[in-house]
Design a protein around this ligand. Structure first.
Ligand code: DQA
Length: 159
C-alpha cells in the first residue's frame, strides 16, 4: 500500500511561521511521525511539498496508477484553488484533507474549503494529530476498498 502526502504553500515554513497558530513542529517532524505510523502498518509513504499551484496539480495527476490514496494539506489553496479541486476529483483516488489549525474557528475566508469538498473528509485543528489520524483513517479506507473490490471480483466469477 502506498500513500502520497502532499503539502501546500508555506508549510515548508512550519516551526518558523505563526507559531501561535501552527505550533513549533517542523514539516520534517510531522513527516517522521507519519513514517512511524506507516512503518507499523507496512505502508509506503511519498512526501511532496510545493508553494506552486501547478506543481501540486501535476503531483496529484502523477498519483494516478502510482498510489492508493492521497493525504493533502493544500494550505491557502484550500480556499482558492479550483485547479487543485479538479485534479483531486479527476484522479478519483481516495483523498483526505488535513489542516493543522481549526479552519472553522478562524477568519471567514478560511471557513470554506473548496478542495475539501471533493475529499472523503477533512481533519482540521488537531495539529500533528490531524496528519496521524488522516493516515490511520486512510489505511482503513484503502483496506475497505480492497475488500469490496475482492468481493465484487468473486461475485463476478460466480455469475
Ligand atoms: C492551513 C490552514 C490554511 O488556512 C492556511 O492558509 C495554511 C495552513 C492549516 O494547516 O491549518 O497555510 O492549511
Amino acid at each position: 500500500m502506498k500513500i502520497a502526502v502532499i503539502q501546500g504553500p508555506n508549510l515548508n515554513m512550519l516551526g518558523v511561521r505563526e507559531q501561535h497558530i501552527y505550533g513549533q513542529l517542523k514539516l520534517e517532524e510531522i513527516h517522521q511521525h507519519m513514517k512511524a505510523i506507516a512503518e507499523q502498518n507496512g505502508v509506503e509513504l511519498e512526501f511532496f511539498q510545493s508553494n506552486l499551484e501547478g506543481e501540486i496539480v501535476d503531483k496529484i495527476q502523477e498519483c494516478l496508477g502510482d498510489v492508493d490514496g492521497i493525504i493533502i494539506n493544500p494550505a491557502a489553496y484550500s480556499h482558492t484553488s479550483i485547479a487543485i479541486r479538479d485534479a483531486l476529483a479527476g484522479v478519483g483516488l481516495p483523498a483526505i484533507e488535513v489542516h493543522l489549525s481549526n479552519i472553522s474557528a478562524r477568519e471567514e475566508f478560511r471557513k470554506k474549503t473548496i478542495t475539501g469538498e471533493v475529499c472523503i473528509g477533512v481533519i482540521s485543528g488537531l495539529g500533528l494529530h490531524s496528519y496521524g489520524l488522516a493516515l490511520v483513517g486512510m489505511i482503513q479506507i484503502i483496506n475497505e476498498i480492497r475488500a469490496m473490490q475482492e468481493q465484487q471480483a468473486q461475485a463476478e466469477q460466480k455469475a
